[in-house]
Design a protein around this ligand. Structure first.
Ligand code: NAI
Length: 349
């Protein structure tokens, strides 16, 4: 079914507030989740609210965290979020990084001790809207086989990048370092659809098309994706004094405990390098030239990263956002479920 942006935002915010988040945090969380659905990243939108709400209600996401912000140098800082909502933690971390990069040219802000932070493009685009370049990475729970391995070690450890142009376009690249994000498997489950055999393996390490049989995901491009997910874990885990690799907490194990996850934002101010206007003009020129590249057979045109998401957003703003009926029914109900996700095993239903 289709829901307008304002209604979806209100439904999500109300549910997460009812589960126990402060009104302020629930509103920010709803911003990040609505952004994901608007861009067509349904794996990281409203589909997650039921899980987040259970974790909030059980205390595994701190309702009113005791937040500390420590500026460790002119361009570096650590935000400790006391295991509060990761969607809010990453947003506040980016607010701080933007402020610091505007003043000092570069900012590296680590966000430690938070819960799951959703779709990273939301945070990197905040910087691009402020004429800054951003790079964000975060930890995710172990569910990916390392190259050559038969059991999971790293998470789907995403990487996002965004940059402004001289016009209203923003380059927004945002990906999991796995062939597909775990949320895409969840979304396939919610729709009762099979997945491609290249995404994941079953308990015997064999490729599977059944989203319910997934035991571990595969990294993108073998050893290259494996190297990238390791880099993400070093930046957002080891660098911030947090558990790494197999020690990162599982999304579905003991929802009453804080997840202790890490996130890192790097923000660069082009004004301190080539200069803001020359940078933005070169960016626009690059996109213009990309749009002139002859499309390969079967492709209507070449897209720049983020272009298709923006087009989806425009269509959804006009016609309403597409939401799975079960998710909508949950959002409009009075329910907070207490035993849907807390299975104490690797992956929830
Ligand atoms: P995806 O595979 O849908 O897209 C990856 C990138 O490729 C995007 O930047 C997209 O704009 C670009 N792209 C796709 N098709 C394109 C085309 N035809 N031409 C040009 N560019 C194209 O993304 P993925 O890997 O499924 O990730 C989905 C979301 O999951 C992301 O928002 C990510 O941040 C989030 N995520 C969050 C995690 C967390 O723990 N917080 C863990 C893993 C993923």
């Amino acid at each position: 079914m289709r829901v307008d942006k304002k209604t979806l935002h209100e439904l999500i915010a109300n549910k997460m507030h009812k589960a126990g988040l402060t009104k302020e945090h629930a509103d920010v969380a709803a911003d990040v989740l609505t952004f994901a659905d608007l861009r067509g990243i349904h794996s990281h939108g409203a589909v997650r609210v039921e899980y987040y709400s259970e974790r909030i209600a059980k205390g595994g996401i701190t309702h009113n965290p005791n937040v500390t912000f420590n500026e460790t140098g002119p361009s570096s800082a650590i935000l400790d979020f006391d295991n509060g909502c990761g969607l809010v933690a990453a947003k506040i971390g980016m607010d701080k990084a933007i402020e610091m990069a505007k003043k000092n040219g570069v900012a590296v802000v680590g966000v430690r001790r938070m819960s799951h932070s959703g779709s990273l493009g939301y945070f990197t685009e905040m910087a691009a809207e402020n004429d800054l370049i951003a790079f964000s990475v975060c930890q995710s729970d172990p569910m990916v086989v390392p190259y050559g391995g038969a059991e999971e070690f790293f998470g789907t450890n995403p990487i996002a990048f965004a940059a402004p142009t001289a016009d209203d376009r923003i380059v927004s690249f945002d990906m999991a370092t796995t062939v597909q994000a775990w949320g895409k498997v969840l979304y396939a489950r919610s729709k009762g659809e099979p997945i491609p055999s290249t995404w994941a393996v079953d308990e015997n390490g064999e490729p599977t098309t059944d989203p319910h049989k997934v035991n571990a995901l595969l990294p993108i491009s073998g050893p290259k994706g494996y190297g990238l997910m390791m880099m993400v874990d070093i930046f957002s885990g080891i660098l911030l004094g947090l558990p790494f690799g197999k020690h990162v907490s599982s999304m579905y194990a003991d929802l009453s405990k804080g997840r202790e996850l890490g996130h890192l934002h790097i923000v660069i101010n082009p004004a301190f390098f080539i200069g803001l206007e020359p940078f933005k003009h070169a960016m626009s020129a690059m996109l213009n030239e990309l749009k002139e590249v002859k499309p390969a057979k079967g492709n209507a045109e070449v897209y720049y990263p983020g272009e298709r998401g923006k087009a989806r957003e425009a269509a959804y703003l006009k016609d309403g956002i597409e939401i799975v009926d079960d998710i909508y029914n949950y959002l409009v109900s009075d329910d907070i479920h207490y035993n849907r996700y807390d299975h104490k095993n690797k992956f929830a239903e």
